[in-house]
Every structure is written in structure tokens, then in C-alpha cells.
Design a protein around this ligand. Sequence first.
Ligand code: ADP
Ligand code: MG
Length: 393
Amino acid sequence: MERRRRNAEVKAEKEEISRLNQDTPHWELLAMITQYRNTITLSPLSYNDFIEDHLITVAVRKRPLNKFDLVKKEIDIITIPNKNQLIVHEPKYKVDLTKYLDNHVFTFDYTFNETCSNQIVYKYTAQPLIQTIFEGGYATCFAYGQTGSGKTYLMSGCPKNLKEKGIYALTASDIFKEANSEKYDDLKLEISCSFFEIYVKKVSDLLNGKQTLKLLEDGKQQVQVVGLTERTVSSVDEVLHLIKIGNEERASGQTSANVNSSRSHAVFQICLRSKLNPKKIHGKFSLIDLAGNERGADTFFSSKTTKMEGSEINQSLLNLKECIRALGRKGAHLPFRGSKLTQVLRDSFIGANNKTCMIAMVSPGVSSCENTLNTLRYADRVKELGGSEVQGS
Ligand code: ADP
Ligand code: MG
């Protein structure tokens, strides 16, 4: 009796779904994913979950489907069942052309679903690293993922809703709070910000009209960005202003702003110095909005420039992975000279007090499936142990 009722319910539900989705080309896929989701219990991350202490934190954030996705009749192929797992439902065909789902299960330190705000992502990723810079270390936070996956939204904040601050401003705000606490009275700390961009091999100052900057390596292998603007700041509003100027500068001077900024790495740094010894850096927080990691699907049509950009981006992202891994394996070879990005961040990868987090950003849509899997596999390998992808069915 009970079973018959349940079967009838399931049948009704399936019919409902196919009715709702008759106008989506992916209705069959959607029905399979919905069926899969109905078999699992969701227990997502909550605001009060335990914050773990890691040298390298690797997390994933899924953005919600947006109106562009809906126009394209995209469907959401990502399920986040709990606070550290993520499932990609990849559509595949059997030899007889029947569709099936290849469900890839990944495990990370944290997985954030589409309902998580920037504030929550921040709480589990960058915020636990604030202490590091007060203790004299370097903290670094990367947003990694394909163009359109939400990297800039996470780092700079939502352009349409100023309440949804990004990690740059949230980090600065907590650094101000901490610097004003009595503990640091003796150090007489001063806080400054710089913001620059790395495009192919060119470093440009986003707080000084995109002036080209040179890198200089001294005898101790320390890398300096010569002439980089450093603005002393004392309030979050001042920081928000710098972010705005920098982002406008980043988007300028190119026919398509989106194309330009998606192909460059943006580096926002917050530096702590003691007024007693202003030449020496006490600690530094680097926050990086990385270039889009998508492989040129349209390589056939792309110009020589785009190909060159693409291989430069790939090279710098591969190098970055090796450098972060070296941080986790003390004393390992550090291939920091392999790209401008890792050169300017060299100090983040050496030293006992440094900590890093990487937030892999994913778009939920089925047309991003391949890029999403690439992003997750890269993020998986950033951690020493890696290999946490499990094939399910
Ligand atoms: P990227 O910098 O990776 O290319 P963007 O940050 O520009 O991507 O995001 C692409 C689009 O998606 C933007 O319109 C952005 O406002 C929107 N978006 C990204 N993440 C979210 C989110 N978590 N919630 C709502 N909208 C988002
Ligand atoms: Mg962006």
C-alpha cells in the first residue's frame, strides 16, 4: 500500500517536472538530476560551522544561475550535498544514444552553495588568515575559475548591491579592527593598499593610470615591483574608493572591457608596516582575482594574440599551482620565476608563517561542465594529498 502510494508520488513528480521543462532542451537531463537529488539528504554549511586551521585552504563556491543563463535555458548541474562535497552531474551518452549522468564527487575543505553570501565565503577562507599578517607573515587568497564564474563578484563585491561587499573590503575592514586593538599599540601599525594588474608579461599600476611597472629581483631573490603606488588608508570607505578606481582602470582602454579584464590577473595588496621601521613590511595580505582559466574553445577562430594570452595564462596558473604546493612541502623547489604572477608573489610561498587559500569558482550551467571539471581538478591538485575525486554513478 505504502509502496504503491510512493510510486504514484514519484510518477506524478516526474510528470510535473517534464511538464515544467518541456520548453527546455535539457528537460531529460534535468529530470535525471532531480531524481538523483531526491535520493540524497542535503546538509549544507551553516554560519556556525567549525573553522579549521589549514596552511592551505581549498574551497569551492558555486554561483546561482543568472538571467543570462536562463535566457540560454541553462540548467544547474551542480549539487552541494554538505559542507565539503560537491557533485558535478555530467551528461553522457551510451552507445545506443541513451542519456545518462556521470556523477563526479569532489571533496574540498569547504563547499559553498548558491545561497552563500560573500560574507560566509570570507568567514571560512580569508578571515582565518588575518591573524597571519599581524604575526609577521604573508597571507594570500586566490579566486580561480572560468570567466563569468563570479571571481570579481566575490573579490570586489556586487556592483549593483553595495551591501554585498567583496573579500577585498571585508579583509580590509577586519585588518582595521585588529590594528586598532591595544595589543598592537607598541607596533604603531600603518595600513596601505596597492592594486595592480598582470596582463601577459606586463605589470600595470591600477592606482596610477595603468603605468607599466618593472620587477626587480635583488641578491636575496626578493622581488620588488618598482614604483608601485601604495596608498595609506584608515577606513573601509577609503578602501572601497581605491577598489572602484582600480576596477574602472582595469576595464578601460579596451574595446571589450570584459575580454580585457578576464585575461589579466588583478592583485590587491594590503600591507602592514610599523611606523617605527616603515621600510620593513610587517605583514601582507594579497588578494588575487585570477585571469579566466577557460581553454579557448574557439581556438580555431582566435587570433594570434588570444592564443599567446591563453598560453601565458595557462603557464602562470600551472606555475601558481606548483608554488602553492611548494608552500605545503617545506623546502621543496619553488619555481617562482616561471611567471610574473608567481614572481611578484614569491614572498607568499616561502617562510614558516605564511598561509594561503584558494577559492575555486564554478558556474552552475551545463554548458560550463567541461570548464567546471577542469577548475575542480586543478583545485584538487593544489592540495598535497589531492586525488579526492570519486567516480559515482
Ligand atoms: P568573473 O569575474 O569570474 O568573470 P563575475 O564576477 O563578473 O565573473 O560574475 C559574472 C556575473 O555573475 C556577474 O553578472 C555577477 O554579478 C554575477 N554573479 C557572480 N557571482 C554571483 C553570486 N554569488 N550571486 C549573484 N550573482 C553573481
Ligand atoms: Mg572578473
